[in-house]
Ligand binder design. Sequence first.
Ligand code: SF4
Length: 340
Amino acid sequence: MDDKKDLKKLNSKQLEEFILENDIEKYKAKIIWQWIYKKYVTDFNAMTNLSKRDREVLSEVAYISTHEIADKKTSGKSKTTKYVFKLEDGSLVESVFIPSIDHSTVCISSQVGCAQGCVFCATGAQGFKRNLKSHEIVEQVLAILREGKNVDYIVFMGMGEPLINIDNVIQSIRIINDPNSIGIGARKITVSTAGMIPNLIKLADSELGVNIAISLNATSNHVRSSLMPINEKYPIKKLMETAEYCQKKSGRRITFEYILLEGINDSEKDATDLSKLMKMLISHVNLIGFNPSPDLDPKFVPSTKVSNFKNILLKNEISVTVRHSTGQDIFGACGQLAGK
Ligand code: SF4
């Protein structure tokens, strides 16, 4: 493959230029693009509306990269499936297919590992290896589609902090969203961040129209910094001001994720303080149960006060949902992805 061009690394303009260089008419770039991104084909011989000569030329000069499925486990309870993909350099990343009654969601990764070190996350415990390229992000979705699954929603909540890898994430969203490609609507795509403020502004200014979720998890800088080191650089006040900017820019509510940890961030005062923060803008709170992992400090345990916490938010007229993670039995739930 060394001297062949991976067509997945090209954008639509570059694909046109590449096929022209190889004496294939420019208009056929759109046909090839659709075979790759709408029919998920990886073999030029399957592109039956191209001439035999075109297919032979493409096979000689190009290839379409895929992720090898290194491991795949399906949860007995929820039918959530965790995929471990092996990339061309041997790195492992995980994606999770989450079916529900009337739709399905794929949780995808943006980095190999993560440098942020959030204490409740197995990916953070693993450390950072590298950013994923945009085609490596898109291929996670294509590989799952190739398995015959329907994919309605995409969430960037797998391994890595998406906004540290903003350019590749934006490029991958453009392809996932493009009606000539996978065609998943921007409103069905959510980017979740630990709070990387400059690139949160960049994402809002890109006007992609995707949903933004901010992993908040505490209402004081003291507690948040102890859970999420990124808070030292981007503290709560600045984060909330940025969230307000994003909300005004998009006209859409911002989701805040709050993982409830027993005795750390689950008191009645925490719920009251969270309500005050949420009143600053149009927001929604997802309360998430903590998912233990062998890679994490055993002092962190799931809160037993979830319903009391939720009721305080409701009493303060805050929009709130309790999210029940699925896939704990296969270490595929929120915060459990560790590339193994
Ligand atoms: S929660 Fe997200 S940002 Fe924090 S360590 Fe895990 S992957 Fe990284």
